[in-house]
Design a protein around this ligand. Structure first.
Ligand code: CUA
Length: 340
């Protein structure tokens, strides 16, 4: 996905005002932008040129009278100006879809660096693997990234011009960004959705480390401590213990009133009354806020809604993910792990 558009983008674009390209999707986005720009420029020039030509050439003159009857239809012309725009729309659709798909799915086989992003009026917070929270986003050049966005108040939008990527953070749901940073350096996140008085000041740096060792050195420097309180994993464990989850959901696989949390993350379950659901961020949130919405087959709808804060929901998600990782490790599925 990354390689294909690369060779076209340079010569095709050559517009000159675009910022540096620093992510796996940037070239593809510029390619689509360049296509739209030049198609629009071509037709703008054609239409303005012909308009000017006709104004001069067919201006009213005493010697000239309109032909009778005035021509009012030409089947071939109609066909031409229907087929050409239609073909262009298909080309634009194909080019955009290809780029869009590369934005929404990780490259196969890659273990993405997962970062939980929290937006609020008017700041960003980033929970990195290993419990390291920070006001800056830290990434590694060449390593795929999965950002899971949440908002505690209104809609914000995470935008990094050099990445050519933008994603809304929406209260009451999780959204996702998947990409690979391709250039080491420091870039700026800006909020791209008007969110109140200090919207324009809602920015944060993204530091793209040249390699994993540099990232690890940064992560170790804070000793896993979080400036703003507990890590998401600690929050999730506390919620599990203190909000009564443990009464019905075991973490060791033993049966209970509700499904055990052991190894549940990422699995697909059959639902009571038909249908299936994958245990992901969205399903965990729904099960906390509205437990009766999707009940796993074989269980009863006995759970009351649990009022949790946004960070507590993020914590539960992180805790469930960590249980899946423990579970896989127990079965000998050694994978590259970040969470410890
Ligand atoms: Cu947050 Cu605009």
């Amino acid at each position: 996905m990354i390689g294909a558009p690369q060779r076209l983008a340079g010569p095709l674009l050559a517009i000159g005002f675009m910022p540096e390209r620093a992510s796996s999707v940037a070239t593809g986005v510029d390619h689509v932008f360049g296509l739209l720009f030049w198609v629009s420029t071509f037709f703008l020039a054609l239409i303005l040129g012909l308009t000017a030509l006709f104004v001069v050439r067919y201006r009213a003159r005493p010697s000239r009278t309109a032909p009778e009857p005035t021509p009012d239809h030409d089947g071939r012309l109609e066909l031409l100006w229907t087929v050409i725009p239609l073909a262009l729309v298909f080309v634009i659709f194909a080019a955009s879809t290809k780029v869009y798909l590369s934005m929404t799915s990780a490259e196969p086989g890659a273990a993405p660096l997962r970062v939980d992003v929290t937006a609020r009026k008017w700041s960003w917070w980033f929970d990195h693997p290993g419990g390291r929270g920070a006001k800056e986003l830290h990434l590694v050049a060449g390593r795929p990234v999965e950002l899971v966005l949440a908002s505690v108040d209104v809609i914000h939008s995470l935008y990094v011009p050099e990445f050519r990527l933008k994603q809304d953070a929406v209260p009451g749901r999780f959204t996702r960004m998947v990409f690979t940073p391709t250039a080491a350096g420091t870039f700026q996140i800006v909020c791209a959705e008007y969110c109140g008085t200090n919207h324009s000041a809602m920015s944060a740096p993204v530091i793209v480390h040249p390699d994993q060792a540099s990232f690890d050195a940064w992560a170790a420097e804070g000793g896993g401590a979080v400036a703003g309180g507990d890590s998401l994993l600690q929050v999730g464990k506390r919620v599990y213990d203190e909000k009564g989850c443990s009464g019905c959901h075991s973490v060791d696989g033993s049966p209970g009133v509700g499904p055990s949390f052991k190894g549940i993350w990422g699995r697909t379950h059959a639902l009571q009354g038909g249908g299936r659901v994958k245990v992901d961020e969205g399903y965990v949130r729904e099960s906390i806020v509205n437990p009766g919405a999707k009940v796993v087959a074989g269980f009863e709808n006995l759970m009351p809604p649990i009022p949790l804060e946004e960070r507590e929901i993020q914590g539960v998600v992180t805790y469930l993910r960590s249980l899946r990782e423990d579970h896989d490790r127990g079965k000998g599925h050694e994978e590259k792990e970040d969470e410890e």
